[in-house]
Design a binder for this molecule. Sequence first.
Ligand code: FES
Length: 107
Amino acid sequence: MPKITYVAVDGNQTTIDVPEGTSVMRGAVFNDIDGIVAQCGGNMQCATCHVYVDETTLDKLEPPKEREDEMLDFTACPRKPNSRLSCQLKSSDALDGLIVHTPERQN
Ligand code: FES
């Protein structure tokens, strides 16, 4: 099963198995990982599932689609080139080893 690592602002890391097809956001929420709020439940309406993808694993991802790209302009913490909405990142073998950093705040 693909493993995803979440790194908190304080540097604390948690690695979990996220079943294929499950979003990186849901993986965090189901495993009580702090730092991802996901107010809209994955409907791309809140941008409170913002993460910074670790530069070393950025090449595992396709670029964001148009709607995600638009919503990334509404994150509470500054948007960076490696910003993504974790609700739009679906776990798969290609994402195995993905590392995401949760931002300081989501709203
Ligand atoms: S959970 Fe709301 S945009 Fe991702």
